[in-house]
Design a protein around this ligand. Structure first.
Ligand code: HEC
Ligand code: HEC
Length: 315
C-alpha cells in the first residue's frame, strides 16, 4: 500500500506540472500568434501598420479585393505571363538579390489574393515595404509598371491558376517556394537547387564557388544568410512554423524574410517536405506508438499479477 501512495503522489505532481505549469511557462516564453489559415486580406498588415502607413495599406488591400472579384481571362493572361518569363526563365541567375523561382506550379502553391497583390506591388504583398523607401526598388518591383490596369492583373492570375497548377510534389513545392533562400543540406539542396554529382573534383569545386557567390548575394539582399531548414521541423513547433510562414513579421517584427504567400495546400506540401527530410521516422513512430502503449499496459497487468502471486501468504 505504501508504494501505491507514493505512486499516487508522484502521478499527481507530474500531471499538475504537465497540465498547468508547462503550458503557462510556454505561453510566457512564446507569444501567441493568431493564424489566418493562409488567406491574405491584409487584415494583419493593416492592424500592425504605423498610423501613417495604415491608410496606404487599407487602400492597397481593398484594390486587391476589387481585382479578385473580376473575372480573369486565362487566354489573354498568357501574353502577360510572357513578361514574367523575362525573369522567371529557369536560367538560375540571381536577379537583384535572389533567383526568380520556377513558376510551373505557382497556381497550385500560392494564394490567389496574394498573387494579385504581388503583381500590384511585391514589397507590399510580402509585407517588407518597410525595407524600401520606394517599393519599385524591390527586385521584382518593375512588374507593377508592366501591369497597370486591373483587368491585365486578373488575366495573368487566371492564367497561373488554370495553366500553372496541377499536381505538385512536396519537393517541387519546397524548391519553388523556399530554396532560393534556404538550403537544405540533408536533401543535397543549396540556393542553386540540387547539387549534381561531378566526376572531376575541379568541377565540384567550381560548383561550390558558385554556391558561395549565390549565398553572398542572398546574404547581401536579406542582411544575413537564411538558415538551413534541414532540421527546422524538429526545432520549431507546428504553430510557430505555420504562423511564421504565413506572416514572418508576426513572429519576428522587422525580419527581412518576406511573406511568401503560400495557400493552405501549398504550405501542406512544404511542411510534408520539411518532415520527410528532417524527421523521416515520423510515420514509423506514429504507426508503432499504439503498439508500444499496448505493450506497456499488458506488461503492467502481468507484472501486477505476478507480484500478487509472489506475495500471497506473506502477510
Ligand atoms: C524583374 C524581374 C521579375 C519579373 C518581371 C517578375 N518577377 Fe517574380 N520574382 C522575381 C524575383 C527576383 C523574385 C524573388 C524575390 C524574393 O524572393 O524576394 C520573384 C518572386 C516571385 C514569386 C515568389 C513570390 C513570393 O513571395 O515568394 C512569384 C509567385 C512570382 N515572382 C511571380 C511573378 C509573376 C506572376 C510575374 C509576372 C506577372 C513576375 N513574377 C514577374 C523577379 C521578377
Ligand atoms: C527571399 C528569401 C526567403 C524565402 C523565399 C524564404 N525565407 Fe525563410 N527566412 C529568410 C530569412 C532572411 C530568415 C531569417 C529571418 C530572421 O532571422 O530574421 C528566414 C527564416 C526562416 C525561418 C525561421 C528560422 C528560425 O527558427 O529562426 C523559417 C522557419 C523559415 N524561414 C521558413 C521558410 C519557408 C518554409 C520558406 C518557403 C515556404 C521560406 N522560409 C522562404 C528568407 C527567406
Amino acid at each position: 500500500m505504501r508504494e501505491l501512495k507514493i505512486l499516487a503522489v508522484v502521478t499527481f505532481f507530474s500531471v499538475l506540472i504537465y497540465i498547468l505549469v508547462e503550458p503557462f511557462a510556454h505561453s510566457q516564453m512564446h507569444k501567441h500568434v493568431e493564424g489566418h489559415n493562409f488567406t491574405y486580406t491584409g487584415e494583419a498588415d493593416i492592424a500592425e501598420a504605423s498610423d501613417e502607413k495604415k491608410a496606404v495599406k487599407e487602400k492597397f488591400w481593398s484594390e486587391v479585393k476589387t481585382i479578385a472579384s473580376l473575372k480573369g481571362d486565362a487566354t489573354a493572361g498568357e501574353a502577360g505571363f510572357g513578361m514574367c518569363m523575362g525573369c522567371h526563365n529557369g536560367a538560375n541567375m540571381n536577379m537583384g538579390g535572389a533567383i526568380p523561382p520556377n513558376l510551373d506550379h505557382a497556381g497550385a502553391i500560392y494564394d490567389k489574393n496574394y498573387l494579385i497583390a504581388l503583381i500590384k506591388d511585391p514589397a507590399m504583398a510580402s509585407n517588407v515595404d518597410h525595407k524600401y523607401a520606394d517599393t519599385m526598388m524591390h527586385p521584382m518591383g518593375s512588374v507593377s509598371s508592366m501591369f497597370t490596369d486591373d483587368q491585365s492583373i486578373a488575366d495573368v492570375v487566371a492564367y497561373l491558376l488554370e495553366k500553372k497548377a496541377g499536381e505538385v510534389t512536396p519537393k517541387e513545392a519546397y524548391k519553388e517556394a523556399c530554396v532560393r533562400c534556404h538550403a537544405m543540406r540533408y536533401a543535397n539542396l543549396t540556393q542553386l537547387g540540387e547539387t549534381p554529382k561531378f566526376k572531376h573534383e575541379k568541377d565540384a569545386l567550381a560548383h561550390k564557388i558558385k554556391v558561395i557567390d549565390e549565398q553572398d548575394a542572398v546574404k547581401a539582399y536579406m542582411g544575413k544568410l537564411p538558415p538551413d531548414l534541414s532540421m527546422i521541423i524538429r526545432a520549431r513547433s507546428e504553430s510557430f512554423l505555420e504562423t511564421f510562414v504565413e506572416n514572418p513579421q508576426s513572429q519576428f517584427p522587422g525580419t527581412s524574410m518576406p511573406r511568401v504567400g503560400l495557400s493552405a495546400e501549398g504550405y501542406e506540401k512544404v511542411k510534408a517536405y520539411l518532415t520527410e527530410i528532417g524527421d523521416p521516422s515520423k510515420p514509423e513512430r506514429e504507426r508503432l506508438g499504439p503498439w508500444v502503449l499496448g505493450f506497456f499496459i499488458i506488461f503492467s497487468i502481468l507484472a501486477f499479477l505476478w507480484k500478487k502471486e509472489k506475495w500471497r501468504g506473506h502477510h
